[in-house]
Write a protein that binds this ligand. Structure first.
Ligand code: NAD
Ligand code: UFG
Length: 338
């Protein structure tokens, strides 16, 4: 009765594994460390007092992954493993197709072969493309993805839908994450981007810790109240908890279900900078510069479905997330590389 967590040493995966272990789930992690570090495993043990079983395996390597299925009694899968850099996906679309779609196909084949019925998949709000309204509902149109990364998420959603049509006993939760930020309150695990961060929060914390001189605010002429981009920032601990709600939902054998995981609140770039400054009493220098290609004005979630069907609601706000992101960064100025 084990939960297989692919990508379990990554940012969202590690927080989810902590929550799973704290709720006495039996956890098996598979990761190839393409974007994470072995040290994460020690940190998970320090927080929970438990050590999940771990296999250093590429999910695309079907033969090696099958060994894990043979050895472990897997009943459920949470599939986080994937590459997630928008910019890299534009430069190397085939890598994203091979890794993200390829790993999902391998998992589905092994699910069939080993009679595993339940899977939770990490999708993204990026599947909504360029929204013509907010808040976004699960039933809103998808498509028009602005980059190959987003397209892989949408393609995997279609793959899962086809799989569900062919397998009546499959239970699939597609979770569309909005923007995860924050870190575990222990300061032992958090987001550890390699090189220059693409995302807003890790960039802010690197300015705060003195690794970067200032934040570049990408555009102040968006159609938003202060002109900067608006997003729905969800604390990663809340997001992680959402996966336990999804696993419980799958126990009721719902077939394929889709949920947004967000807070339902829009926050602009400058709102987040100000929240960080207030939460941590640190000044963040910033410069307004050109828009980043592909960015949209705003997106935030309609969260009613996750509440009504799973009873899931977030507990933390952006101030909590700013405090926890800083706690993690301050204690680990070089991430897990220290
Ligand atoms: P992450 O990069 O921190 O974690 C992904 C993990 O998967 C890493 O540990 C990496 O080493 C591993 N991995 C990648 N390809 C693999 C493979 N072929 N075999 C084995 N392991 C592999 O990313 P994250 O932020 O934790 O995101 C987790 C998932 O959620 C991803 O699928 C991502 O696309 C999705 N998502 C993330 C965000 C976000 O803003 N962080 C938003 C929406 C969706
Ligand atoms: N931003 C800056 N400066 C930075 C980084 C970001 O001003 O250095 C701005 C962006 O222009 C945007 C906002 O901060 O307005 C958030 O940007 P992020 O890069 O943190 O997040 P995005 O919403 O652009 O993208 C994220 C994930 C994608 C995912 C998408 C889907 O990174 O993988 O959410 O919602 F596809």
């Amino acid at each position: 009765m084990a939960i297989l967590v692919t990508g379990g040493t990554g940012y969202i995966g590690s927080h989810t594994v902590v929550d799973l272990l704290n709720h006495d789930y039996d956890v098996v992690i598979v990761d190839n460390f393409v974007n994470s570090k072995p040290e994460v495993l020690n940190r998970i043990t320090r927080i929970t007092g438990k050590t999940p079983r771990f296999y250093e395996v590429d999910v695309c390597d079907e033969a090696k992954l099958e060994e894990v299925f043979k050895k472990e009694n897997i009943t459920d899968i949470i599939h986080f493993a994937g590459l997630k850099s928008v910019a890299e996906s534009v430069a190397k679309p085939q890598l994203y197709i091979d890794n993200n779609i390829g790993s999902s196909k391998v998992l589905l084949r092994l699910m069939t072969k080993y009679h595993v019925h339940n899977i939770v998949f990490s999708s993204s709000a990026t599947v909504y493309g360029v929204p013509d309204h907010v808040p976004l509902k699960e039933s809103d149109k998808v498509g028009g993805c602005t980059n190959p990364y987003g397209q892989t998420k949408l393609d995997i959603e279609y793959l899962l839908k086809d799989y569900a049509k062919e397998h009546n006993d499959a239970n699939i939760a597609i979770l569309r994450y909005f923007n995860p930020i924050g870190a575990h309150s222990s300061g032992l695990i958090g987001e550890d981007p390699q090189g220059i961060p693409n995302n807003l929060m890790p960039y802010i914390t690197q300015v705060a810790v003195g690794k970067r001189d200032h934040l570049n605010v990408y555009g102040s002429d968006y159609n938003t109240p202060d002109g900067t981009g608006v997003r729905d920032y969800i604390h990663v601990v809340d997001l992680a908890r959402g996966h336990l709600f999804a696993l419980r939902k799958l126990e009721s054998k719902p077939g394929l279900v889709i949920y947004n995981l967000g807070t339902g609140k829009g926050t602009s770039v400058l709102d987040l900078v100000r929240a960080f400054e207030k939460a941590n009493d640190i000044k963040i220098n910033y410069v307004i510069c050109d828009r980043r290609p592909g960015d949209i004005d705003e997106n935030y979630a309609d969260c009613h479905k996750a509440w009504e069907e799973m009873g899931f609601k977030t507990e933390f706000d952006i101030v909590d997330a700013c405090r926890d992101s800083w706690h993690w960064q301050k204690n680990n100025p070089n991430g897990y590389g220290d």
